[in-house]
Each structure stands twice: as structure tokens, then as C-alpha cells.
Write a protein that binds this ligand. Structure first.
Ligand code: BGC
Length: 249
């Protein structure tokens, strides 16, 4: 199926039409800055611009940087607080006049990697972490997703982990890749202590630079970059949209 996948992040809103079987992008990738403040209306407007730019009509799968339970936004770490308790599927479907299916951004990116990416053939416990403006997480147990885990908000070194080692923190604090890699390594060890995973998959912007920090990783568990790198968010969003459409049938 060909469907628009959109990755709404704290910094950028990115989308492309995706062939969900192969994960291939069949349109250009379009990116707009996330509006500030990222209110529901402002995000809906940006989404409309994205759809118009791609001349797309049809359903949309969407990753969203918050806990989303049954189509309702429950948290707002990197988006405007007014999102909390908004029925996001309904709200965006009405403003865009098409079906929009929304889930947590890390959960959909993880779905891409679990089904057609770095964790495709993995059994046991896979922890997918997306490192961007925040840290998103997704867990798969023998291929079955465990949703909305929010491991980026674990308390670590006296603060929330995403304030210690997200990609944004690396930029803001002008950390060298190796320095940041050491921070990431200590956080991964902490997560490994709690969850005892068989594999970590690293997504988000940092996945493209994996070679720059991989030498600092000594977690005792394999750590690999997302096969679809930062595109896992868009591809997974499209795959999630397709899953939802099939459940409707
Ligand atoms: C949010 C998560 C999200 C992650 C990555 C965190 O701040 O709480 O829901 O997955 O950022 O965008």
C-alpha cells in the first residue's frame, strides 16, 4: 500500500509517501519546522501544508512526540501543553478532512525497525531508542510491541535521561561525539540493568552518525543503528496507518 507517513517531532515535521511493503519512499521527503508554540491548530496547519506540498489525498499515519493512548494525547514534553487530553486522531482527521492515525513517534519508528529493519529477525527483548529533541523508546518482546514506555523520562544522574543524553543536549552543550557517546553508554547500561534486553536499536538523527560514537558503547548487549536511520519515523508512521486501516475493515 502507498500511504503518507508523517513524523511530528519537537523540531521538525517530516513526511513522505511510503510503499509500506518495501519501506521505500515513493515521493520526496518534505520537512517543515515544528511551529512554536506547537499548539494543536499550528501543528494541524503545518500538516496541511505538508499534504498540499506532496499533492497527496488519502489516509495518513503519524508519529507524535508524546504518549498517545487510544487516540488521546496524554503527555507533552516537547510540544505545547494544550495537546494533553486532545483526541488527536479525531482532531487531525477533522482538520485535514481525511483519516489520520496517530501513535507515539518512537513506537512507530520501532515498528518499522522490528518489521523491516535492524530488529527484523530478533527474538527476545528489543529496545528501540530514538535520540532527537527528546529520547523516545519502544520495546518489542518476541516481536510484540509494548507501547508508550517513555524511557527517556527515566530519572538518571539527577535529571530526566533526555536532558542528559538526547541529540539536542549534544548540540546545546557542544559535546564531542565521543563525550556524548560516553553519556549514552551510561544511560544504555542503566536501561539494560532494568530491562535486560537482547538488542538495542538506535534511531533518530544520531543514528546517521553511529560510527562517530560506537566505540564508546560497552553495554554488554549488541547496539546497532536503525537500518532506516532517521527515516524509520516516517516509514513506521505509514506502516502504522496501514495497520489501523486494516483493523477498520
Ligand atoms: C516524549 C516521547 C517521545 C520522545 C521522542 C519525549 O520527550 O515524551 O513521547 O517519544 O520525546 O520524540
Amino acid at each position: 500500500m502507498q500511504i503518507l507517513g508523517v513524523d511530528i517531532g519537537g523540531t521538525g515535521i517530516k513526511g513522505a509517501i511510503v510503499d509500506t511493503k518495501t519501506g521505500e519512499l515513493i515521493s520526496e521527503r518534505v520537512r517543515f519546522e515544528t511551529p512554536h508554540p506547537a499548539t494543536p491548530q499550528a501543528v494541524a496547519e503545518t500538516l496541511k501544508r505538508l499534504v498540499t506540498t506532496l499533492k497527496y489525498s488519502g489516509p495518513i499515519g503519524c508519529g507524535f512526540p508524546a504518549r498517545v493512548l487510544d487516540g488521546i494525547v496524554k503527555t507533552a514534553a516537547n510540544i505545547d501543553e494544550s495537546w494533553v487530553e486532545i483526541p488527536v486522531n479525531q482532531m487531525l482527521s477533522e482538520s485535514l478532512n481525511c483519516e489520520v492515525f496517530v501513535a507515539n513517534d518512537a513506537d512507530v519508528a520501532g515498528l518499522c525497525e522490528a518489521e523491516i529493519g535492524a530488529a527484523k529477525d530478533s527474538r527476545g527483548v528489543v529496545v528501540f531508542l530514538t535520540l532527537g529533541t527528546g529520547i523516545g523508546s519502544s520495546i518489542f518482546i518476541n516481536g510484540t510491541p509494548f507501547l508508550n514506555t517513555e524511557l527517556g523520562h527515566l530519572k538518571f544522574k539527577g535529571e530526566e535521561a533526555e536532558k542528559y543524553c538526547s541529540a539536542l543536549v549534544r548540540e546545546k552543550e557542544e559535546l564531542k561525539w565521543k563525550e556524548w557517546g560516553e553519556r549514552l553508554n551510561s544511560y544504555l547500561k542503566y536501561v539494560a540493568f532494568i530491562l535486560n534486553p537482547d538488542l538495542f536499536v538506535i534511531g533518530g538523527g544520531a543514528s546517521k552518525k553511529f560510527d562517530k560514537f560506537k566505540d564508546k558503547l560497552s553495554v554488554g548487549v549488541p547496539v546497532v543503528p536503525a537500518q532506516h536511520l532517521n527515516l524509520a519515523g516516517i516509514i513506521g508512521a505509514a506502516m502504522y496507518g496501514e495497520h489501523c486501516l486494516h483493523q477498520h475493515l
